[in-house]
Design a protein around this ligand. Sequence first.
Ligand code: BGC
Length: 789
Amino acid sequence: DFYIRGISRLGIPEIRMSDGPVGVHLSEPTVALPASIALAASFNTNLANKYGAAIGSEARSNNIHIMLGPGMNIHRALFCGRNFEYLGEDPYLAGKLASSYIFGMQNEGVMATAKHYAVNFQEYERHQVSSNLDERTLHEIYLPAFKRCVEEGKVAAVMTSYNLINGVHASQNDYLNNKVLKGEWGFNGFIMSDWASTYDGLACAKGGLDLEMPSAKLMNSTTLLPFIKNGTLDIKVIDDKIRRILTEYVRFGLLKNANIAKEYTFDKEKSRLVAINTAREGIVLLKNDNRFLPIDVKKIKTIAVIGPNGDPAITGGGGSSYVKSLHPISAFEAVKGEVGDNVKVTYAKGVSTGDKVPENFFDSFDFYTKDKNGNKTKGVYAEFYDNINLEGDIVAKITYDKLNITKNELGVKNISDENCSVRFTCYFSPKESAEYWVATAGDDGYRLFVDGQKKLESWKRQGEVVTKYHAYFEKGKEYKFVVEYFQSGGGAAIRLAAQKRVDKDEDRESLMSSAIENAKNADLVILSVGFNVDTEAEGLDRTFDLPFNQNELIKNIAAVNKNTVVVLNSGGNINMNGWIDNVKGLLQAWYPGQEGNKAVSEIIFGKTNPSGKLPVSFEYKPEDNPTFKSYWTKGKDLHVEFTEGIFMGYRFYDKSDVKPRFPFGFGLSYTTFVYGNMKTPVTTIKAGEKIKFSIDISNIGKMDGAEAVQVYVSDLKSSLPRPVKELKAFDKVFLTKGETKTLEFELDKDAFSFYDPEKHGWIIEPGDFKVSIGSSSVDIRHEFNIFIK
Ligand code: BGC
């Protein structure tokens, strides 16, 4: 799964990989950094470099040669379950941060992988959906981050995406892989497939794929040699793949020494610091009524931390990026630590997060099968079909001793564990009359029927998803359980269990009422709300509404305590209607990593001045987003037309009457920054020339702080419609109170060009351009014009 086989005869070592992009994903705990979207919110390339280095360093100390990150798919649809793994809506911001991350990581001697190439923007039907878009939109919005990773970051590997692009799978997309990536951008590294996203070995071989993952299922000697022999596939194509992979081995010194952990020390404390600093710089203060924050701890006696994310810590979203944290700190613990013993801190969960089952839930299996004579044996009976629809003949029958099986155990002779369906049958006869939890988990789809009635369903291609329900079962009575399941590519798992219900504390009404009681008695409420590894995760898209009745919770709490601050864990925007006007403060904490909740409480109590800015526009409602109507389509012909073209995110809101609630680049500080003394030596340049300018930023407030200064460029007249303005430079500056620093910027030809689909390339049209320097995309402090001859 995560190795490239070695060939000892040739002195080629075995090469190991691990998932990123927010830490090293191992079975044991490692440093969990804040989600990539938090890094994007820092607008800090130096930090991105350190972030990449921290992960690279820990990978190296574990003898991991290739890290599967960074992720840089553009945030197009707010529902995408993996937005937290990516770097926001702007291609320049994403590209700059990703290439700095790569630089930091590869400097530690570990290869980085830019993923997922390309135009992957939803998890729903991720293996089937085609992103259909025009050439200009592709090159202006969805490819620049990858291009920068190749040209500036010198990334070693690129991973293709699951989705198709204009009807062609990414793993065999000749245009994207051969023509653009290896051709136009001159990429010398290797292209690997995402896990089980190959469909046709010959097409992959010709379409630029160098390494099939997780194994050589379709690109191997048996499948490809006949094509080489009959002249359909030139051996040079294979040579090129080998050369690309080995070139990177040589570049990273692996042919000389693959034991990269040897004599290498990982500085864990340094990485922990990078993790917490990313949270400090990435958390965005979105609302602060009458400067309610920061709170002077001397003026309060009681704090109520409320919400399902308050304890234990929610450090990251779910899926392959998830890292078991070394030292997770919850919001509740962090607040207690910050305020000391003189302030009473209470915690109430407020809502039931019902669907979660304990980790060992599926270990016990109290079901049995029956033979013709009614003899019972513990286990479950399975009937296999060689398609994903339980159609046609049963091709195999097998009995398992429990229904808790993963890919390896699913293997049945002559049946593909990538394309099959199974009907499992078993019986349950409880030893005790009681209320039971029944849970099913599956990767991919499943349905549970009890005595012929459908009770649970998640019938789609997905990473492992757990659902559960509770019901009263009578002692001695026999219940028939049937689980229908299909498996289609990638990982596989299917599980079933029933256990007596003991979790009385999940009683919804009492959870809510004790939270309200705590809130009534507190001087300050910190509402720690959001998603978790089950509700925002790879393999599924998320809702706009907070799950588990949290909207209601916020409304109820804000109604009884005016001093309420909301701290949000999510990869992006959520529905704030109905409560945003009634809370004093709102902190977008994304997924803050293992110790990021410390940063949250430092911000609330004024030890840290927030400096994160939104790397994505936050709309009032999903319908305001120009991609809303072209998010996903149902039916056989799964494709999404990118009807908004290049006008996505602030590129849309800038020209529209529809405005976002919180715009791109926005974030509050406790201090005030003044922009002045803008100097530009020239006002006219020739096409292709660079321009330099400088501006002074002063901190005139009462607190040290940092400002993310943003530079946007507008083409005042162009032959094709262009966005009102586009981010073309940014810098993060730290200023003690009263301090002024001069920032210097340089804009090169890329800042003024657009992609001309007729010429199939980037061009600059001479004429007037405007450069705007601002604190957000809607808070422009200085402008000047430049004429390009
Ligand atoms: C994900 C990749 C990941 C790979 C290996 C895939 O399902 O899309 O991002 O690197 O699995 O875990």
